[in-house]
Design a binder for this molecule. Structure first.
Ligand SMILES: *Cc1c(COP(=O)(O)O)cnc(C)c1O
Length: 358
């Protein structure tokens, strides 16, 4: 018996998506971004499946250490960098690379006693204005990094886009130009592109692309689908019907009684709720795939359950499968119904959802 709810992860889809990204960025290496538990797909599972990725991008040191503990020997990069002086010895010990985006990190690097220099990626704030060194300070900071004995040379260079998921927004071109102008003629490798950069801004692909969401078969663009780019959704979120009920016109269902049936119908109770990470704010009408058709959510999503209107003639049975998103119900579309992005849906699944690899 398979557990439910469960996230079924397709190895074949993950491998297809990595190959597709290599095809879309033929001159670039791929740093597969597996932070946030592999975007909910299982950190170690994803890294082991994508063993031909050129490297992996993480947000936290703990994530990188989990990969090393799991036997992953590939290049690892901390995209937010390190936070404490003691982290530096850990980076050296486990051969983990780091982004440097702030003065406080330079101070820690200058003051450390290390057995080996650390490979760093200097982050340029080319317009996102979240992390990184601004253009005015770039050259002074670069010289300071060059002078630091704990930093391996050459220094690698990176930036991050604010609007690459809007293919018509010229801000990306401006960021690209700022980065190119600052880093022109410098040695070291370069990386700019997240999934949207890799898909829509070919000029930004550089030495390394850093795709996250696209690896999981999902488009970074609202209103778009990963499948339109030759990507295959890697996750199917599955639960099952645990009750079928005759429901009369005029009766409400669930907390707050805020949906009332117009007609006699059958309701299905699906064993998944916000305690599993399915959003409580999913509105009436958000689709759930049951026996090949879309059934709308009615009533409020509760902690462990949600209810769908199966229709008066429904022949569904207790134990039938309910798909919350997957190949036949794109997570991008579910996200639009809920008023969020697919990134949030896949990363918010809680530990109660079993992650199963096929
Ligand atoms: C998360 C992250 C990525 C991956 O972004 P996607 O939009 O999922 O492709 C790339 N670069 C950095 C710095 C990140 O933090």
């Amino acid at each position: 018996m398979k557990p439910f709810p469960r996230a079924e992860i397709s190895r074949q889809a993950l491998k297809n998506n990595l190959a597709r990204l290599h095809e879309l960025a033929p001159s670039s290496k791929v740093m597969a971004v597996v932070k946030a538990n592999g975007y909910g797909h299982g950190l170690l599972n994803v890294a082991q499946c994508l063993d031909n990725a050129d490297g992996f991008g993480l947000a936290r040191l703990e994530e990188a250490l989990a990969l090393r503990a799991g036997g992953v020997n590939a290049k690892l990069l901390l995209l937010e960098g390190f936070f404490r002086p003691a982290d530096l010895a850990t980076l050296v010990e486990h051969d983990i690379e780091t982004v440097v985006h702030h003065e406080s990190q330079i101070e820690m690097l200058e003051q450390a006693e290390l057995t080996k220099p650390v490979t760093v990626w200097m982050k340029v704030d080319s317009g996102m204005h979240r992390l990184g060194f601004v253009p005015d300070e770039f050259h002074a900071v670069y010289q300071r990094l060059l002078a630091c004995k704990n930093i391996a040379k050459p220094i690698n260079l990176m930036t991050h886009f604010a609007c690459a998921d809007e293919p018509d927004n010229n801000y990306t071109a401006t960021q690209l130009a700022t980065f190119e102008q600052l880093t022109q003629g410098l040695p070291g490798e370069r990386t700019l592109a997240n999934s949207a950069g890799a898909l829509f801004w070919q000029q930004s692909q550089a030495n390394w692309i850093r795709p996250g969401i696209a690896l999981y078969g999902v488009s970074p663009v609202v209103g778009d689908l990963g499948t339109k780019h030759g990507l295959i959704p890697a996750m199917e979120l599955v639960s099952q019907l645990i009750a079928i009920r005759e429901h009369k016109a005029g009766q409400p269902v669930g907390y707050g009684s805020h949906w009332v049936a117009d007609n006699n119908t059958k309701l299905g109770v699906v064993a998944i709720g916000y305690g599993d990470g399915y959003p409580r704010n999913a509105p009436l009408g958000t689709p759930v795939l049951i026996n090949g058709r879309l059934a709308p959510i009615v009533g409020r999503v509760s902690m462990d359950m949600l209810t769908v209107d199966l229709g008066a003639d429904a022949a569904d049975k207790v134990g039938d499968k309910a798909v919350l998103w997957g190949k036949d119900l794109p997570v991008e579309e579910v996200a639009e119904h809920i008023g969020t992005i697919a990134y949030e849906l896949v990363t918010k699944l809680t530990p109660r959802v079993a992650v199963c690899l096929d």
